[in-house]
Write a protein that binds this ligand. Structure first.
Ligand code: FE
Length: 233
């Protein structure tokens, strides 16, 4: 009887052990995300490159008149008087201070530069009143103390006429020096033409009426208008 109970007990132990061995176990593996899968567009690097720039990181470019662009509509020049043929602009001496290779720039004014702002503008025309686009105009001048920069290109630069023969450059009013009247040197180089070297003068002490600019003043400074007229060769 005792032996029978022992066999029964051992049988139950084997059955319990077999049952435990046969129980399924969850395989260890990566945890799957519970949210929706990200779209391909969101994962693509190109999507980030194509995102528009933020306005605060893309400040507007400073407004500056490009030398070969026509002036803004509100500053268009009145057309020259073409009722008769125009006299060619009188040449004047080059002087000792010309330097070749000046930079192209719409403004010769530099930060902190002394002197009253001056905008010089006008046309380059033929004697029969046709404008000449693409004409290079070299300007060089003394500063507000009557001194030239002989080491570099301060108050030296050039612009081109636009498709309507107009030019414009910003500078300062120079001072007189060595007994000379107030003046600005200009070299006018039309495409395929010999250059015209001359000077612009100001009404208060102009030696030549035909080289005298027409001045007007406003709150921003002084505007000097002058049309250069070339006899084409
Ligand atoms: Fe001079």
């Amino acid at each position: 009887m005792i032996l029978l109970r022992k066999y029964i007990s051992m049988g139950l132990g084997v059955l319990l052990l077999a049952a435990c061995s046969a129980a399924p176990t969850a395989p260890a593996g990566p945890t799957q995300p519970s949210g929706p899968a990200p779209s391909m567009a969101a994962l693509s690097p190109a999507a980030n490159e194509a995102s528009p720039p933020q306005p605060e990181n893309n400040p507007a470019a400073p407004t500056q008149l490009a030398p070969t662009q026509p002036p803004a509509a509100d500053s268009l020049l009145p057309g020259p008087d073409c009722a008769t043929s125009l006299p060619p602009t009188r040449p004047d001496m080059e002087g000792p201070y010309f330097l070749a290779g000046s930079p192209q720039k719409a403004s010769l004014v530099e930060p902190g530069m002394e002197g009253r702002r001056l905008t010089i503008r006008g046309y380059v025309l033929t004697v029969d009143c046709k404008w000449i686009p693409g004409t290079r105009l070299e300007f060089w001048q003394a500063d507000a103390n009557g001194e030239y920069d002989l080491q570099g290109y301060r108050l030296r630069g050039h612009v081109f006429t636009d498709e309507n023969g107009r030019y414009q450059i910003e500078t300062i009013l120079p001072a007189r020096y060595a007994g000379r009247p107030t003046h600005i040197h200009v070299m006018v180089l039309a495409p395929g033409q010999p250059g015209l070297t001359t000077q612009l003068y100001f009404p208060e002490d102009a030696p030549y009426p035909e080289l005298t600019v027409a001045l007007s003043d406003d709150a921003q400074g002084t505007t000097a208008e002058f049309n250069f007229v070339l006899q084409l060769k």
